[in-house]
Ligand binder design. Structure first.
Ligand code: R5P
Length: 267
């Protein structure tokens, strides 16, 4: 069992790579890990239920779960005649490889709907995003969208933000300001904020699609996310904060317990 798990883990990058290239390779469902099955189920269910039949402009977020949403849009034919707005290079490539029409966000001030992933979601539909360093453009298309639909596997659900996603709130910062921002975060009570490094694939810090750095700022459990977002945003040099407060309308989760949704109550 352990060796099967290890094998599947090693296979996953190839499956993701293959899907971004629209290769004819399709793994039998039994070969995909339960986690990937959950991501796929959430994404397919969200597209099937929420993709508007009369959509003209649709935002597409970033991450590994959104790949399945693009797959579904492509295979269902729902994307015909629709312009798609990506939140960065990853989703731009995904959309282009799916032969969907792509346009930048500066062509729009209003999108019909956006589909995106999440790193952690609480019961108020407040969200931590930016695990893949794409938070600024994600927030921009979120605020430009009539509806934001989040797709996630059930591990992402928690009662209080900061419970499951322990690496901290991702914060996009102007590179020359990062030392100052780190110091201000410590003053605000952050535990060991870290400049995110690229690892094997990139020597030095991660560089975002907007040519900025990312700081990961752990706070433990975040009791008042809206206040924290505001406090971080006030620091000079901060471009955007990976706390998405009051923006999501629906979150579609999938996991061992099936598919379920959180829906924002109308004000
Ligand atoms: O920067 C990345 C984005 O916020 C992603 O949407 C988020 O990290 C979720 O990604 P995944 O679907 O791979 O868990």
């Amino acid at each position: 069992m352990t060796s099967l798990k290890a094998f599947m883990k090693r296979l996953q990058p190839f499956l993701l790579w293959a899907s971004t290239r629209q290769m004819s390779f399709t793994a039998p469902t039994s070969c995909i890990s339960p986690l990937e099955i959950a991501k796929k189920q959430a994404a397919y269910a969200a597209v099937d239920k929420y993709f508007p039949s009369n959509a003209r402009a649709v935002g597409i977020g970033s991450g590994s779960t959104i790949i399945y949403a693009v797959d579904r849009i492509k295979e269902s034919g729902l994307g015909k005649g629709v312009v798609f707005v990506p939140t960065g290079y990853q989703s731009k490539l995904l959309l282009e490889r799916a032969e969907l029409t792509v346009a930048p966000i500066d062509r729009f001030d209003l999108l019909d709907i956006t589909f995106d992933g999440a790193d952690e979601v609480d019961g108020n539909l407040d969200i931590i995003k930016g695990g893949g360093a794409c938070l600024f453009q994600e927030k921009l298309i979120a605020v430009c969208s009539k509806k934001l639909v989040i797709v996630a596997d059930s591990r992402k659900r928690s009662d209080i933000l900061g419970t499951n996603w322990e690496s901290g709130v991702p914060i996009e910062v102007v590179p020359t300001a990062y030392t100052y921002v780190l110091k201000q975060l410590l003053k605000l009570g952050c535990r060991e904020p870290q400049l995110r490094m690229g690892g094997k694939a990139k020597a030095g810090p991660v560089i975002t699609d907007n040519c900025n750095f990312i700081i990961d700022a752990p706070w433990g459990k975040i009791n008042v996310p809206r206040l924290l977002e505001k406090q971080i945003k006030e620091i000079v040099g901060v471009v955007e904060v990976g706390l998405f407060i009051g923006l999501a309308h629906v979150v579609v989760f999938a996991g061992n317990d099936g598919i379920h949704e959180l829906v924002r109550k109308k004000n």
